[in-house]
Design a protein around this ligand. Sequence first.
Ligand SMILES: Nc1nc2c(ncn2[C@@H]2O[C@H](COP(=O)(O)OP(=O)(O)OP(=O)(O)O)[C@@H](O)[C@H]2O)c(=O)[nH]1
Ligand SMILES: [Mg+2]
Length: 332
Amino acid sequence: MFIDHVIIEARAGDGGDGCVAFRHEKFAPRGGPSGGNGGRGGDVVVVASRDLTTLIDLHYRRHIKGERGEHGRGKSQTGADGTGAEIVVPVGTLVKDADTGETLGELVDHGARLVAAQGGKPGLGNEHFKTPNNRTPRQFTYGGDGQARRLELTLKLIADVGLVGEPNAGKSTLISVLSAAHPKIADYPFTTTTPVLGIVRVDEARSFVMVDIPGLIEGAHQGRGMGKEFLRHVERCRLLIYMVDIASPDPAGSYRMLRNELLHHDPALLERKSVLALTQCDKIPGGTRGVDPQLLDLHEHTVPISAVTKDGLGDLLRVISSLLYEREARAQ
Ligand SMILES: Nc1nc2c(ncn2[C@@H]2O[C@H](COP(=O)(O)OP(=O)(O)OP(=O)(O)O)[C@@H](O)[C@H]2O)c(=O)[nH]1
Ligand SMILES: [Mg+2]
């Protein structure tokens, strides 16, 4: 199961109470105040790890609590701080307050940490209130309440290259020939129901991460089909590949439909570097060389391919890598 959205209850620990105590020593029977402060409550912290790829663990663990700080004790002893609780999430997780909608942060790097609920402040013991005028204070304060918050965690996969296409365009087939990923492939629509990541090796030094998402159909932005929900996974891709089956009834229309769906989801996606891959060219006479020139003109970078004969895959990789690495190449 692929879980990429969960709401959990985070409750930080309360602060420990301050203590009221007086020293009772043999030669100082009426000693001064000695009640120590409480400890801080443990925070609830969200930590990003590249070792996770879904939020599934949290699906089964909805309540996360930090420990309470210990109460202060006599003999000026401060209570120990409560241990914090960690919520480990995959890199690329967005953390929001589920009730206010406020974005608390986005964990983009491995090891990044975000305090999602603050532990309660320590209470003060009576020793703290000692003044020259008041040598026997009985005052103390209670520890503060730990912050309680409902957190909405949303995972946005971080891939360099996203595949967008209608169902059956051949997205999963492409990722399975270019990477070690093995998504299910079949000739019925919506075979892919959850995003799949694959690492594509360009040469010894370079590789990129590709993401295959469920197919898009016209009206996806209004909730038709299932692709809309997954479009957020291509939001951060540096490059998009429009996948259009050359043997489908209207390839040019399919390409325009895909652009239109992206436009409605987020207009910035149309500005993204992109390549049009005309897929399944083995099905037409002449294969990758038999493509109608008008289709080749649809997009600035158009590459005819066949995942079955592997024709055009080298060209596709060359175009992808020149676009992905062009800034670095120029800088060298
Ligand atoms: N002849 C031929 N068939 C292909 C090619 N690529 C994919 N297919 C076939 O087309 C069908 C759909 O392929 P998939 O890779 O599952 O398509 P998809 O785009 O992932 O589809 P969804 O997951 O439903 O969105 C399967 O029967 C594949 O075997 C190709 O290059 N040539
Ligand atoms: Mg698929």
